[in-house]
Ligand binder design. Structure first.
Ligand code: GDP
Ligand code: MN
Length: 390
């Protein structure tokens, strides 16, 4: 789960990470009043969307007075912001963060993620933070300092020093940096984060360290023990079909292609996406109906896939194990009663109760093409996409 910058900053503040004075606003007038309260010489107005790259996309504006804040907020609120991270459709801005503007001497990068290969969190830091960090990572990875933390031992002060001196900061700066690293790391662990990132972490002209931007992603599997985090979820930032799917415990992720995929098991779902690509098409979604899927879940999965207007063909690829083929078939029959299937469907069915499953499907009234094996499934999908035949 993602949260907005202003929410992430609020959390980090609770861990003694210094952040600029500011507040979120939903109207231009509110933005102006907030600016008047802050009373700083320079004010920053920042679009709040669940994606980075806002600076480059025109979603961050530095202005001089409350009237200019109101004007900037009026322009940003309601705009569709397109950044390298939003996808081509962009995201509509519903809130802005109004903040005291900082006189920046330097922009650093600081982040924590899980390094799966080492089964531990890794802290990354760079002297060259800011909007070009992806470029630094790609072209000059040696400019990024990495420190792995043994999760059983926890972060030790010497590791913060290693990071600070690794960045060639002076001793006074290392002490300030240590506070920020410790706070970010503690928040990361205690709130079950997948990502905690401060970019830029700025050194002001007065020599203070401040989190100018903040990003936190949370592990959905840990949300049950963080009600206060779960409450921050912003449904308007999420794909409506993904929200719908989560109601039925379906692992559904919307993608950019046009082949709807109905698969059981995450591994088979990944393999199916690969095989569609190899065959020359693009998947419209990832969907793992899960091992213990019921008729109800299959029905809803089918319905959700078909309600995506970009779906031009559908591939049902099921290996019946715990989810038996007849259960799948019954779910499809239920769905076909409710929704109008207006795209070609390719079915590859194997495993437990496959004969029964095929029999149910063939008498369901659904017109579909049978594929024999994985490879043929991909080829047939491409063929029906091309001919549109059903
Ligand atoms: P992102 O592009 O979505 O990551 O948004 P950021 O919050 O990181 O802002 C992008 C850039 O805007 C930063 O790297 C800064 O250069 C600039 N910026 C943000 N806040 C301030 C500020 O208070 N003062 C100044 N001068 N620049 C700022
Ligand atoms: Mn940033």
């Amino acid at each position: 789960m993602k949260v907005h910058e202003y929410q992430a900053k609020e959390i980090l503040k609770g861990y003694r990470v210094p952040v600029p004075k500011g507040r979120v606003a939903e109207t231009p007038e509110e933005a102006r009043r907030t600016a008047e309260e802050i009373g700083a010489k320079r004010i920053v107005v920042k679009a709040q969307i669940h994606a980075g790259g806002r600076g480059k996309g025109g979603g961050v504006r530095v202005v001089d007075d409350p009237a200019a804040v109101e004007k900037a907020a009026r322009e940003i609120l309601g705009m569709t912001l397109v950044t390298p991270q939003t996808g081509p459709g962009g995201k509509v801005v519903q809130r802005v963060l109004v903040e005291e503007g900082m006189a920046i001497a330097e922009e650093l990068y600081l982040g924590v993620v899980i390094d799966r290969s080492k089964a531990s969190p890794v802290i990354m830091a760079s002297r060259e933070g800011g909007v070009e960090i992806e470029k630094v990572a790609a072209e000059a990875p040696e400019k990024i300092v990495r420190e792995w933390v043994n999760p059983a031992i926890g972060l030790r002060p010497f590791q913060c020093n290693k990071i600070g001196y690794g960045l060639k900061l002076d001793p006074g700066q290392v002490a300030k940096m240590r506070g920020v690293i410790t706070g970010l790391y503690q928040a990361f662990v205690e709130k079950d984060c997948l990502l905690g990132e401060i970019n830029p972490l700025v050194i002001t002209q007065e020599g203070d360290f401040l989190a100018l931007d903040a990003k936190m992603n949370f592990d959905d599997n840990g949300l049950f023990r963080h009600k206060e985090i779960a409450a921050l979820r912003d449904f308007s930032e999420e794909d409506p079909l993904e929200i719908e799917a989560s109601k039925y415990n379906l692992n559904y992720i919307k993608l950019d292609g046009n082949v709807g995929c109905m698969v059981n098991g995450a591994g088979l779902a990944m393999a199916t996406m690969d095989l569609i690509k190899v065959a020359g098409a693009e998947p419209a979604n990832f969907l793992d109906v899960g091992g213990g899927a019921t008729v109800e879940m299959v029905k809803n999965g089918f319905r959700i896939i078909l309600s995506d207007p970009s779906v031009k063909a559908m591939l049902i690829n099921i290996f019946g194990g715990i989810l038996r083929c007849d259960t799948l078939a019954k779910g499809v029959v239920e769905a076909v009663k409710e929704v109008n299937v207006n795209v070609p469907v390719v079915v590859r069915l194997e495993g437990t109760n496959v004969e029964e499953g095929r029999r149910i499907l063939s008498t369901s009234g659904l017109r579909f093409t049978v594929a024999d094996g994985m490879k043929q499934a991909g080829e047939k999908v491409v063929e029906v996409l091309r001919t549109g035949s059903r």
